[in-house]
Design a protein around this ligand. Structure first.
Ligand code: COA
Length: 185
């Protein structure tokens, strides 16, 4: 399945595009994962080209199985695209639920990219072109991850619960934010 989504430019943010991860993204993926913040807050750490290839392969399997829809965020618009600078994923769960996740490369943070890319993917997954029909999207982050909490708030994910720590994967308490598909009247 080939999906390409666009993120329009703003005064502080050039246009971007979202498409499924490809093996050409290996170098950008390894480079982004050198950032300490990314390594601190993500559960899957990529440290080598081999890790990156395996990770991309598992994202591609998710698309093929219809269970996980992961997008690379690329710089650029109609005149061509640059390297991958971020990631948004939607992972299907049970009974009409799904979970979103995201990261952006350290050098492009603070310009609204994660919020705008996440919103674009939410519109897609709740829209007519989506291959699935979740009605409830969950978003988890560690309590100390304030930037991620802001992205959740900016995208209309309401804080639903404070989750207990579950070491070793989740050593601190977390927030569960939720956004529901709007109902048509
Ligand atoms: C969380 C993350 C995706 C945000 O990416 P981004 O492109 O900078 O996001 P945006 O620019 O859309 O929004 C960032 C918001 O966080 C705020 N922010 C950034 N760093 C912050 C900090 N240390 N404390 C509090 N708020 C912070 C920004 O001010 C902005 O909020 P505002 O619009 O109210 O000013 C990025 O920091 C990242 O990749 N972190 C590492 C991986 C990660 O934590 N992923 C999420 C796992 S749940």
């Amino acid at each position: 399945m080939s999906v390409q989504l666009s993120v329009g430019s703003t005064a502080s943010l050039p246009a971007a595009c979202l498409r499924p991860w490809q093996l050409d993204d290996v170098d950008a993926l390894v480079s982004a994962h050198r950032d300490p913040a990314l390594r601190r807050w993500l559960t899957s750490v990529i440290s080598s080209e081999l890790d990156a290839r395996r990770w991309i392969d598992s994202q591609r399997q998710g698309w093929a199985a219809g269970t996980r829809f992961s997008f690379a965020i690329l710089e650029g618009g109609g005149e061509g695209f640059g390297a991958a600078i971020g990631h948004v994923t939607v992972k299907l769960g049970d009974e009409g639920s799904a979970e979103v996740g995201y990261w952006t490369a350290a050098e492009v943070r603070g310009r609204g990219l994660a919020s705008r890319a996440l919103e674009t993917v939410v519109q897609w997954v709740f829209g007519k072109e989506s291959p699935v029909a979740p009605v409830r999207l969950g978003l988890f982050h560690a309590v100390g991850n304030h930037a991620s909490c802001r992205v959740a708030e900016r995208c209309g994910f309401e804080l639903e619960a404070l989750l207990p720590a579950q070491p070793p994967a989740f050593p601190t308490e977390g927030h569960l934010h939720v956004r529901h598909k709007p109902t048509l009247h």
